[in-house]
Design a protein around this ligand. Sequence first.
Ligand SMILES: C[S@@+](CC[C@H](N)C(=O)[O-])C[C@H]1O[C@@H](n2cnc3c(N)ncnc32)[C@H](O)[C@@H]1O
Length: 415
Amino acid sequence: MTSSKLHQLILAILDNKQTALISSLHSKLIEVLKAQATIITSDKLALDDIKVTRLLILIEGLIKYLVQFGLDKNLLQKAIRLRSECWIEQGLPSLFFEDTYHPEIEKTLLFFAWADGLVTNELLKQAAINFAKVLPWNVNDTYKPSLESKETAIVAKSVQRAELMEMPQADEKGRFIPSIFSQGGFILSKLDKYTEEFVKHAVICGGTVLNIGSGYGIPERLALLLGAKKIICNDICAEHLEIIKNLTPKIYHPNLDLAVGSFPDEITLSANSVRVIGIFRVLHFFDPDLLVGAIKKAHELLETGGTLIISAETPYLGNWKKFIPIYERRKEQKESWPGYIPDTSDYETAGYSRRLPPKMHFLDVAVLTRVLTENGFSIIRCTTLNRADTFPEHLLYNGQESVGAVAQKVIHSRL
Ligand SMILES: C[S@@+](CC[C@H](N)C(=O)[O-])C[C@H]1O[C@@H](n2cnc3c(N)ncnc32)[C@H](O)[C@@H]1O
């Protein structure tokens, strides 16, 4: 097959005008794919076989991105169809192609994560990746497959796919992915500034990193692709961890540990063994005693000087408006736990309470700062967090929907 034929196939299968199936969730991706395919095809200096190889890496990288992080199953199906048609045309098995170009395909995955807004320039910099200088599919050799049959590869691939546990479908704007755990709420599909900071620390710290309440492990799986050495994912829900494992390429399994169980009580890691801990959007499920227990446990697990990064919800959410006056009155009266609601049934208005625990505990900068400083942490940063880019619109309120903190374990504490 020639590169121009492959290019036409890409444009035909992914053309917005010809099909309604192209996802608005990933429209930027498709534009980028088409633009890069055009650049590859019109390269006057490269041999045609090399251009074909580059196009195939591009397609494989897109599929890997959609499998591991994508939010639209229709688009994934289309991309898989595109791949099948390429390989039927090409007449060679694709499995061996993946093995041959594994590093290039993985970097191409990261290129699409960047084009899709999941990975920032800052994170790429931490991993010493610069797409302005090197485009990962620009190999200079031609794929030389072994002689195994096309049928073997196709069968192996369909078995592989049938076994794959996937993330459930996201909401229509692609922001929230429902938890499988019945009281686990929703999992964020994108990074915010605190999860981004977690990924950055995970990549550069060179030690063990733990994330509590991982959900589908999006920050952790990105950190592994960007070079993190050891990540422990914890969740109360075994299925969540199973999905994380399935969506993590096998080559990274030695760098990934899974710790199922309820934090803090069921987690039995050694004291002083972890360099960075993340707890994102979990602490607002903990009553005051459990919250303090969780911070004490994080302190115990961290090495001295280790970093704890947190995000949690404040009551300033569109679906908890009924609770805001009560919270503000409690704040005026200087109550210790103004955001605690032992019975949520009277307050939540978006129909989410059936996906949440019966108790909620909204936090704020003052409460989080107090709990951290009283339990052996010094605060590096504690701020409110605007969710305009990461939560569905009906949950937004005043730009202070969440609170986040970065804190460091210090030797002396009042424990
Ligand atoms: C709202 S989701 C947040 C997921 C992800 N961290 C994020 O920021 O999108 C809460 C997650 O914490 C898990 N979870 C809830 N309680 C937990 C506990 N006590 N210990 C560990 N995981 C817990 C749930 O299963 C779910 O995956």
